[in-house]
Design a protein around this ligand. Structure first.
Ligand SMILES: [Zn+2]
Length: 216
């Protein structure tokens, strides 16, 4: 017995389809040459923007950001001088002083340390772990996909740049009461924010997923 409607409908494997993140239109994206962009046919959102050596650039920027992070944590962040007395503190000192001030402030120190130190470091280290082998043309490491997904998910929670804005606002208030100077760690933090922004601009998540899949 044959089917009354006998024509074969071309079936596309759902795993090969890409939904536009803005309008959900489904696309089958073929090979996109390096430097070209695939855009949504309906709303023109960029779907794929592979770049040659993107993994190398991302790993290099992440490694540089990690070095700046070490400087940002360990060197003095601010010097404050008033009435002949001066004091300088690092970010770690600030987080620790919350913990020592009183028991109720202890959770705050944990949150501050996690959001401005631990999470950004974990993200950068995760990117280097997952994309490092791709940058040198090796096979992907075990759990590379898991680590890459995790470092993408942590992105909204890594708040080094928001910390910088908070410090700038606080300094405007304090500047009338005391002489405030920036330590090396402050400039390291500023450099860190710029490097992380540059890395996020280069990083096309879908292209990296494709590269990770091919390197498996
Ligand atoms: Zn769209």
């Amino acid at each position: 017995m044959s089917d009354a409607v006998g024509h074969a409908v071309p079936q596309t494997d759902l795993t090969e389809m890409t939904a536009c993140p803005q309008c959900d239109w489904l696309h089958v994206i073929g090979d996109v040459p390096d430097g070209m962009r695939a855009r949504c046919v309906r709303c023109q959102t960029v779907l794929l923007a592979p770049r040659r050596d993107a993994a190398v650039t991302i790993v290099a920027l992440a490694a540089a950001a990690l070095v700046l992070m070490i400087v940002a944590i360990s060197f003095p962040f601010l010097n404050i001088a008033a009435s002949g007395l001066s004091s300088s503190a690092s970010v770690l000192d600030a987080a620790m002083s919350f913990a020592l001030a009183s028991g109720r402030m202890a959770p705050l120190s944990v949150i501050v340390a996690a959001l401005i130190i631990v999470l950004p470091v974990a993200r950068l280290a995760g990117l280097i772990y997952a994309l490092g082998p791709l940058a040198v043309g090796n096979k992907a490491r075990p759990y590379a996909a898991f680590v890459f997904r995790l470092s993408m998910r942590l992105r909204p929670w890594a708040m080094a740049e928001i910390f910088i804005i908070g410090v700038a606002v606080a300094l405007v208030k304090v500047a009338s009461l005391a002489t405030v100077g920036f330590g090396p760690a402050f400039w390291a933090f500023v450099g860190l924010v710029i490097l992380v922004a540059a890395k996020d601009m280069v990083l096309c998540e879908r292209s990296m997923w494709r590269a990770l899949e091919q390197a498996r």
